[in-house]
Design a protein around this ligand. Structure first.
Ligand code: CDP
Length: 230
């Protein structure tokens, strides 16, 4: 007799910057009727709030959880998505400005930040039916996830995709080189940090998307989901 089919899965999609985690996770969630959690957006929301509050970068290592609560960042589960608010304002494009992207890895390596966000993320997964993407979804936040995916792609391809995504234009070679250097610097901080470093979680399905079409990577994951749910 086979294993009992699972329902309301928790699926994690981790990987380095520009590997396509968020677009892939969002698509998988939409096709399954699950909710999507972009955990990077949580780190970006705290970074945006710190910058907006004018708290100096040199003071960030001394932040307490009360300081973080006082910033007014909230995550609210909605239909298919997790909405992020600063005070009463729904956050969107402001989370992807170059300033936030430049500073987010420095915020994400703070212990107080990772602990503050842990319960928020786990609560969003309490009832399952969640596709969560980030750096430590399968390793730390949802270690018992039903399916763990780790996406990788060459640095150059990741830089190219990121520029195309941000500008809608095909980048020049020199733009790709400059973006690759920025991505590489952020990957280095994310991989070297003491807490929840970027790693392929044990037992994860690793997919190199460098030469894959988007639909191919989505189907590779959905095939695994079907194996678990039928
Ligand atoms: O979209 P991209 O891969 O460029 O980044 P993101 O997913 O928006 O994440 C932004 C930053 O948040 C990362 O570079 C990490 O420093 C941090 N992050 C993290 O530490 N842990 C996560 N689970 C998600 C993001």
């Amino acid at each position: 007799m086979g294993e009992t089919p699972k329902t309301r899965l928790i699926i994690t999609v981790d990987g380095p910057a520009g590997s396509g985690k968020t677009t892939t996770a969002k698509e998988i969630a939409a096709r399954l009727g699950y909710r999507h959690l972009d955990s990077g957006a949580l780190y970006r929301a705290l970074t945006y709030a710190l910058l907006k509050a004018g708290i100096r970068k040199s003071d960030w290592p001394r932040l307490t959880s009360d300081d973080l609560s006082g910033l007014g960042v909230r995550a609210e589960a909605s239909v298919g998505v997790v909405d992020l608010y600063l005070g009463g304002a729904l956050l969107g494009d402001e989370l992807r400005t170059p300033e936030v992207t430049r500073d987010v890895a420095a915020v994400a390596k703070l212990r107080v930040v990772r602990i503050w966000l842990l319960d928020i993320q786990r609560n969003l997964g309490l009832h399952g039916s969640l596709v969560a993407d980030g750096r430590d979804m399968g390793s730390v936040v949802f270690p018992d996830a039903d399916l763990k995916v780790f996406l990788v792609a060459s640095l150059e391809e990741r830089a190219r995709r990121r520029l195309l995504q941000d500008t809608g234009l095909h980048p020049t070679e020199s733009e790709v080189v400059a973006e690759a250097a920025r991505i590489h610097a952020r990957d280095a901080i994310d991989s070297a940090r003491e807490l929840s470093p970027l790693r392929c979680p044990e037992g994860a399905l690793e997919i190199d998307t460098t030469k894959l079409e988007f639909e191919e990577q989505v189907l590779a994951i959905l095939t695994r989901v079907i194996d678990l749910t039928e």
